[in-house]
Design a protein around this ligand. Structure first.
Ligand SMILES: Cc1ncc(COP(=O)(O)O)c(C=O)c1O
Length: 369
């Protein structure tokens, strides 16, 4: 069989998500499991969204609107762009793949950072093989090192992926630095600004809102998602914003009906739920500070974060720490696949979840040391 498979695919490993809650519960025979592994919103969707989902059930025998017209129209209004500037994806992850498929030609490469969302690399390898990805080391504070990336940008680099805030480090690029970098990149290279965690940034005047840039610069594509602050990770809705011409090329590779009927209606309703968004951001801000402090007290060297998760360093064997936590019913994320082999990432949850995690971590650390 192997000889029948494209060599580029043989270079790939399947994406390893955080373990599903139900699997951990069954595997370790646990009463309580707390999942803080995938940067999901701890709140269930608001009533308005639940109602929109329920109302759509009767129509499920019908295919969805393939162009997600009403959702794109509403997002266009919400973000102050034209409907032709928007493309929907089955999660923003689908858009990452589409961008690479459309813009990466043979011999060209994708440039990103070493400790970032692994799907940038996966999409590059899938399309161009191992030689199609180059990854810059992080700066001393676990952020994207844009000077280094600029130096690595030879004529083969075609697409640059920047997650801001970055997953898994939670870092945010200083506004001036990012704007300088964008100005210095030649217009024939695509810059993808993945802003999936933007709503969690509390000092928003220091954050670069990619959407405004994408309207003025043809080589910028912005990614946004309903999986994080909107609390709809299970429905798979993301979108990209760019100039109309780029959107038209991306549309050529979009699978028909890539958003479900339920996903479209839920996303529409969630755009009318600003209070839910506000409540989610406030809870996150309060709890991430508490979580940061408790990790510091345990000597875990947490990295200051602008998102809804925290990177930390247990200073022990990561597999042992992870195994110990799983046995106690806590699912967080070891970060080997994210280019941080000695780090772990924990999502900011409800206060009781944080307490459960911290107490479990304390017990695991005591047992190991
Ligand atoms: C930086 C970043 N981009 C994209 C994604 C994909 O998100 P989704 O496909 O759920 O929109 C994630 C998911 O965690 C992420 O962290």
């Amino acid at each position: 069989m192997k000889s029948m498979v494209d060599g580029k695919i043989l270079d790939l490993m399947p994406y390893q998500p955080g373990k599903p809650l139900e699997e951990v519960q069954g595997e370790f025979n646990l009463k309580k499991v707390v999942k803080l592994a995938s940067n999901e919103n701890p709140f269930p969707p608001p009533a308005k969204v639940v109602k929109a989902i329920q109302d759509e059930i009767a129509s499920l025998r019908l295919y969805p609107d393939t162009d997600s017209y009403f959702l794109r129209k509403r997002i266009a209004e919400y973000q102050g762009v034209g409907i032709g500037n928007i493309i929907m994806g089955s999660g923003s992850v689908e858009l990452i793949k589409m961008i690479v498929k459309v813009f990466l030609k043979p011999g060209e490469r994708v440039l990103t950072a070493k400790s970032t969302f692994p799907m940038f690399k996966v999409a590059a390898i899938e399309n161009g093989g191992r030689q199609a990805i180059i990854e810059a080391d992080m700066d001393g504070d676990y952020g994207y090192d844009l000077d280094r990336m600029y130096d690595m940008m030879d004529s083969t680099v075609k697409i640059i992926f920047i997650a801001n805030p970055n997953n898994p480090t939670g870092t945010m690029l200083p506004r001036d630095k990012l704007l300088d970098f964008i100005r210095s990149v030649p217009g024939d290279r695509i810059i993808v600004l993945d802003n999936d965690y933007q709503e969690y940034v509390s000092d928003s005047d220091k954050h670069v809102d990619g959407i405004k840039l994408a309207l003025n610069r043809k080589n910028i594509i912005v990614l946004r998602t309903f999986s994080k602050i909107y609390g709809l990770a299970g429905l798979r809705v993301g979108y990209g914003i760019a100039n109309e011409e780029s959107i038209s090329y991306l549309s050529r590779v979009r699978a028909p009906f890539n958003l479900t009927r339920v996903g479209q209606q839920a996303a529409l309703a969630s755009l009318e739920s600003d209070d839910f968004k506000k409540r989610s951001a406030e809870l996150n801000q309060k709890n991430r500070e508490a979580l940061f402090n408790r990790l510091s007290e345990l000597g875990m060297r947490p990295v200051p974060t602008h998102a809804n998760f925290i990177l930390f360093f247990p200073g022990r064997d990561i597999d042992e720490v992870n195994g110990g936590l799983l046995r106690q019913g806590v699912v967080i994320r070891p970060l080997r696949a994210f280019g941080v082999p000695d780090g772990m990432r924990v999502t900011v949850g409800f206060e009781e979840d944080i307490c459960f995690f911290i107490e479990s971590l304390r017990r695991v650390l005591e047992r190991i040391s």
